[in-house]
Design a protein around this ligand. Sequence first.
Ligand SMILES: Nc1nc2c(c(=O)[nH]1)N[C@H]1C(S)=C(S)[C@@H](COP(=O)(O)O)O[C@H]1N2
Ligand SMILES: [Mo]
Length: 198
Amino acid sequence: MEESRLPPGQYVPRGRPVIHYGRVPTFRPERWDFRVFGATASGAEHRFTWDEFAALPRDTRISDFHCVTKFSLMANEWHGVTPATIMEIAPPDPGVRHVMIWAEYGYSANLRLSDLSAQDTLFATDLDEKPLSPDRGHPLRLVVPHLYAWKSVKWVRGIEYLLEDRRGFWEERGYHNIGDPWREQRYSYQEEQGEGPP
Ligand SMILES: Nc1nc2c(c(=O)[nH]1)N[C@H]1C(S)=C(S)[C@@H](COP(=O)(O)O)O[C@H]1N2
Ligand SMILES: [Mo]
């Protein structure tokens, strides 16, 4: 049932809001790359060109997502590349527990490695059987449905493997380091011991 699928304090709006900070970037395939860097297992950075990324195997995930401003978008069909596929090609050092997801213009969001490798998390190229529109993150966005949607980074360009947790763009500006909507982890003042960087 719809209600049991809605985290506390959330509502389903009319229409499908688009929300982000700053401008919509222009996609230039010849300049685009996806970098996996930081504490990789090999110590080297792995770089995918757009053609390489587009040739990776695909999966589909159906999920809801929840913005901290309280609207939720239900039953989105995302199609794209699983983090597991990328992590097989460019694995993290065994000491890695956190990642920073990087996007155009320096937008970022930090995640626990376990959130990145969760079953429902996907690097999406398509929404509801169509390529992402520019304002929804074309050509690639991360979708982390089990965390507030600021973690679902649009126009994503890379993963940085971290040996120590660090706050991303909104996490530095007063939002919760973890952001679990089922526990209403909206703001950093709610963080308990161990939920934020040391
Ligand atoms: N690069 C980038 N990704 C972003 C944002 C942003 O400002 N920049 N905003 C986030 C927020 S707060 C939300 S609610 C969702 C909104 O996704 P939508 O526009 O597809 O609804 O994108 C997230 N991803
Ligand atoms: Mo949001």
